[in-house]
Each structure stands twice: as C-alpha cells, then as structure tokens.
Design a protein around this ligand. Structure first.
Ligand code: AMP
Length: 191
C-alpha cells in the first residue's frame, strides 16, 4: 500500500459511484473496494456474516461497523491494493471515517483524491427506480430507497464534512451522461 492513486468516491445512493469506480478500475488498473459489493457477496454466500448483514441492507440501514471495517481492513491488506485503490461506499459514517484514518495511518499512507459526486434528490430517486427494474436489487424498492436516502443524510453526509474540513474534497457535477461525468472525474484526478 504505498504508491499509486488512492481514491475515495463519495455521494448518495444512485449518484453513480459504482459506475465511475468501474471506469477507474479499467483506466488505472487499481482495484475497486466496494463495501456494498462485498456485503452482497457475503449475503449470496449465505454464511453467518451475510445473514446478519442482510437484515440491515433490506431495511436500508447501515450494517454494523465491526463487520464492514473488518472487511475493508482485510481487503486493503491484500497485495493488489498496494498500488492504489478506489473506495466506493465506505466510509459511510463518521466512525467509519475515523476507522479508515486509523487503517491508513497504520499503513503510512493517505488518500490522494476524495471526490464527491453531486446529484439532486429528484434525479437520484429516478435513477434508483430505473436500476431497480434493471438489476432487481432487493434494496431498490420505493420504501427502502427512501430509507437509504434518510440514512445517507443522517449518517453519511457528515463524512463529506470530515474530508471537506481537511481541504481534500473535490465536488463533481454528476448529472449528465456516464462519459461526461467520467471526464469530470478524470479531470479532477489529473489536477
Ligand atoms: P451500496 O451498494 O453501497 O448502496 O450498499 C448497499 C447497502 O449495503 C447499504 O444500504 C447498506 O445497508 C450496506 N452497506 C454498504 N456499505 C456500507 C458501509 N460502509 N457501512 C454500512 N453498511 C454498508
């Protein structure tokens, strides 16, 4: 975990973090570390961790820190993360942001980029509804979408301030085509 780009993607559900992260994977050859993907994989596996995570996910609430932070710590420690990584969907609360600070400090590294994808609420709800039809994610139902938005406002929005206060946050207008947003992301990473 020394050289390379260590990128944090922030933004509400439906902002396009996963989509843009996948493009960055292809562009820079660094792994995407998505806690949502990790948790969905654990649920699909059907083990104990997956079982306990599923209940929170289906309610649109945050899965407890001990599960998520352990997963991220393990993932960051793998050899392929040494050349950099893209974090997507983590940290999602101030306590997770502090846990990430501690993990990075222990590894003697910092984030190189912290990008906030900005999309207004009406557009977000429309995107999530579209994704529900396309991917059939069980947490993309109307009720759960609403709850995930509330969870974002209460728990995750303060994380934005955590990084803004440090002066490392770049806001990106994430309305437009995937390519347009990707160009803005690219520009922010280059500058
Ligand atoms: P996502 O795919 O990032 O939208 O995550 C889907 C769901 O997984 C969220 O609504 C949460 O229930 C759970 N989740 C994902 N990342 C985290 C995290 N960092 N902390 C707690 N729960 C998470």
């Amino acid at each position: 975990m020394s050289a390379g780009r260590r990128i944090l993607l922030l933004g509400p559900p439906g902002a396009g973090k996963g989509t843009q992260a996948a493009r960055l994977v292809a562009r820079y050859g660094i792994p995407q570390i998505s806690t949502g993907e990790m948790l969905r994989a654990a649920v699909a596996e059907g083990g104990e961790v997956g079982e306990s995570a599923r209940a929170y996910m289906d309610r649109g609430e945050l899965v407890p820190d001990e599960i998520v932070v352990r997963g991220v710590a393990e993932r960051l420690g793998r050899p392929d993360a040494r050349g950099g990584f893209i974090l997507d969907g983590f940290p999602r609360s101030p306590s997770q942001a502090r846990a990430l600070d501690a993990l990075l400090e222990k590894a003697g590294i910092g984030l190189t980029h912290c990008l906030l994808l900005v999309v207004d609420e009406g557009e977000l709800a429309a995107r999530l509804r579209k994704r529900a039809t396309r991917e059939g994610r069980s947490d993309d139902s109307e009720d759960v979408i609403r709850k995930r938005m509330v969870t974002y406002g209460e728990k995750t929005a303060p994380v934005v301030e955590h990084y803004r206060a440090r002066g490392i946050l770049t806001e990106i207008d994430a309305v437009g085509s995937e390519e347009q947003v990707a160009e803005r992301v690219e520009e922010a990473i280059r500058s």
